[in-house]
Write a protein that binds this ligand. Sequence first.
Ligand code: F6R
Length: 265
Amino acid sequence: MEIHIVADADAGAKVVADLFERTVRDAGDSGAVLGLATGSSPVPTYTELIRRHREEGLSFAACRAFLLDEYVGLPAGHEQSYHAFIRDNFISSIDIEDASVISPNGAASDPAAEAADYDRRIGEAGGVDLQILGIGSNGHIAFNEPGSSLASRTRVVGLTRSTIADNARYFDSPADVPVRAISQGLGTILEARRIVLTASGEGKAAAVAQLAEGAISARWPATVLQTHPAVTVVVDEAAASQLELADYYRHSRALESDIPLSTDR
Ligand code: F6R
């Protein structure tokens, strides 16, 4: 796991955007498969990628993308659906085909079948080349809440009270927040070839410390990322504030600053 402690969200966005740019350019005409997250954490990265598209000609035209999750019960057109969020915050402003950006159908009549089908479609696309993740204050990634199987596949999950409270800021009232979602499983996410997780703010500090330094456990689902060979974590000072080994991470990044990111960390 490679941990970058950065000064602020803009500095973090550049580190993450560099990974996206390299993935997209390396795939060339065959097209990278991108794994996209919603929520506030990836937005500065998306803003930076939109800038690179507009000002530097970075093209996503050959790419396909899969979202991590979707609320059950919200149709694609709902303004708080993740289908809408990723269009508003990223893909409407780049040159990827709209139909190439795929998310679970939250309005499916059989959400369990939709989840299984979604998992299958990711595999059929050849798997995800680069997956961006945020992290919940309770340590969830996607909507794999504490207690999730570390081998879980895409499925219907119930959201914890803390996740519902965290997400209420996007809705008129906490009562409007959906209580279930279709979420990629931890086992599904681990199949991505490279993963980058980004977090900022003190509210994420405990989860980030567990992610990097805690025992692997369903209590803190993000700890499963310790088993993946190519994970980059990009955190600001506040989110890094409970890391015991923060000085070491700073020191080792400085030593490695001339070395390109390897595939195995
Ligand atoms: C979003 C997702 C969630 C968020 C997490 C952090 O697709 O799967 O796991 O990444 O809840 O949310 P923010 O970034 O809003 O703090």
